[in-house]
Design a protein around this ligand. Structure first.
Ligand SMILES: NC(=O)c1ccc[n+]([C@@H]2O[C@H](COP(=O)([O-])OP(=O)(O)OC[C@H]3O[C@@H](n4cnc5c(N)ncnc54)[C@H](OP(=O)(O)O)[C@@H]3O)[C@@H](O)[C@H]2O)c1
Length: 284
């Protein structure tokens, strides 16, 4: 639900969704440049829209040109939005995309990495090499390529924020999630590793872990570019009765934590994971 509130008689902001205008989060404004890998997806497009509403310039990426091109106008508000096609499992494509952003806008302040695919759910003996390669190269190795390329640009200003998006599946074990869960667990540790290694350059690295949300994450063997949202509730392993807030997340629910971690409100926050899961992760 979105509400409008008058602050000091004249300033409007959305209080139950995300901030619209003015750009009230320190460190996010018209100069800000944020690259959102997987920005053409469900959660990523909500993050892109929020940042554009705050005036930031946003580059969104994905593998499907159709999905990227369709997304750009739908998330463009105040800040300019650029669409780039790049596969995060290909370091050359990642380097090119990051260079395109730096060439166009001269800086990168934030990287939000949501690019990911799902696994097969098969038993260990049935997991094929192609699945192992695809899921790990997208969900974990891609994060290394992105961080390496973006931190080169961020170092030039001795400042930056990287947010890797993990999953409750990287912490809690659902049977036969052989590739997805371990890749997400690795992603969270990568954030901690990079927080240590990049802190001296003024670059913060954190993780945001969403809970269960009805969505349409592409599986490793499905082509990109499918519709981003479905309500596959029956396939959802976390029943709402096991979620303290008694509901699954909406895509908007994840935006606030990402904005916080990108902003200067989090200027002393690095190496942490923020759960955004309605409390599901603390239930036994
Ligand atoms: N929704 C949930 O229930 C949930 C729960 C926990 C965690 N998460 C995490 O949240 C993130 C976003 O999920 P979502 O629900 O928004 O899914 P989504 O709509 O499928 O978004 C995934 C995005 O990643 C892109 N992508 C996939 N593989 C890529 C690759 N190799 N290179 C570049 N881009 C790639 C997709 O575009 P293309 O397909 O066109 O490449 C899309 O833009 C993911 O990291 C997911 O693991 C989601």
């Amino acid at each position: 639900m979105v509400e409008t509130q008058h602050v000091n008689g004249s300033i409007e902001m959305v209080v139950n969704g995300y901030v619209t205008e003015p750009a009230v989060l320190p460190g996010i404004g018209e100069d800000t440049v944020v690259l959102i890998a997987g920005g053409s997806g469900a959660i990523g497009s909500h993050c892109a829209a929020a940042l554009s509403k705050m005036g930031a310039r946003v580059a969104i990426t994905g593998r499907s040109p159709d999905r990227v091109n369709a997304c750009v106008p739908s998330v463009s508000y105040r800040g300019e939005v650029m669409g780039l096609v790049a596969d995060v499992s290909n370091s050359g494509q990642v380097d090119s995309a990051v260079q395109s952003v730096a060439d166009a806008w001269g800086r990168i302040d934030g990287l939000v990495n949501l690019a990911a695919i799902g696994d097969s759910g098969r038993h260990l003996q049935d997991v094929e090499d192609s699945e192992i390669a695809a899921v790990l190269n997208t969900n974990l190795v891609g994060a290394m390529y992105l961080a390496r390329a973006c931190s080169r640009v961020m170092k030039q200003r001795s400042k930056g924020s990287i947010v890797n998006v993990s999953s409750i599946g990287g912490h809690r074990v659902t049977p036969h999630r052989i590739t997805y869960g371990p890749a997400k667990a690795g992603l969270e540790h990568l954030s901690r590793q990079l927080a240590v290694d990049l802190g001296g350059y003024g670059i913060r690295v954190n993780t945001m872990s969403p809970g269960q949300t009805p969505s349409n994450l592409r599986r490793f063997n499905e082509p990109p570019g499918q519709p981003p949202i479905s309500s596959d509730v029956d396939d959802n392993p976390t029943p709402t009765k096991r979620i303290p807030l008694s509901r699954r997340g909406n895509f908007e629910d994840y935006v606030g934590a990402v904005l916080f971690l990108i902003s200067d409100l989090a200027s002393y926050v690095t190496g942490v994971n923020i759960w955004v899961d309605g409390g599901a992760s603390v239930v036994r």
